[in-house]
Design a protein around this ligand. Sequence first.
Ligand code: HEM
Length: 190
Amino acid sequence: MPSEILRQLRAATLADHQRLERFLALEWRTSELGRYRDLLTAFLAYYEPLETALGRLTWNGSGVDFEDRRKAGWLRADLAHCGLAAGAVGPRAEVPPVPDLPAAFGALYVTEGATLGGRQILRGLGASTLPRRFFASYGEAVPERWNEFLGALERQAAASAEASAAIVRTARDVFAGLRAWFQRTLPAAL
Ligand code: HEM
């Protein structure tokens, strides 16, 4: 049984997840180096400013070691393998504000949850030579890391109704922002 906060998060982001999945059309986007590079570029342009904002908060006692959950470095490494220097990535996205830990947990729900879908994407990459550090994320430890995150999320949500509302609001805004960024900066699949 999912916890109440997880149920709310899923409900608040379900439509955007489905639209994003449809828009990404991963088979198309991972079938050519240029398209794949564009996809990773769009991820980096959104994740990097988000992680910068998250890195400004004090995570002590939250149950999450944020430094150990950064993903922009994996994207930069994959992009370097694709022949793209970090300086060539272009403009970064504007991301929703994350002024405090509840908002940060909402944002992290999106980027941590994406590691679950990442496993499916990894399988889709098959035997191609495309770099996959980002989609591999925590490797075998994905379920364990997700459960550890969920435990901390539930404690954060239990603090107050306001905390819980801020988590859901920020997750929705971060997801919607990411979808809008992808749709604005990436070509539609043919
Ligand atoms: C075409 C691309 C995508 C596919 C095929 C996909 C697929 C999936 C799948 C299969 C799950 C459930 C995995 C499980 O329960 O073990 C999942 C969960 C999730 N994905 Fe995606 N995903 C995609 C893109 C994304 C993106 C870009 C994000 C956000 C950055 C994202 C965020 C999430 C979240 C937050 C969850 C967790 C839902 C929950 O359990 O509460 N996904 N995805």
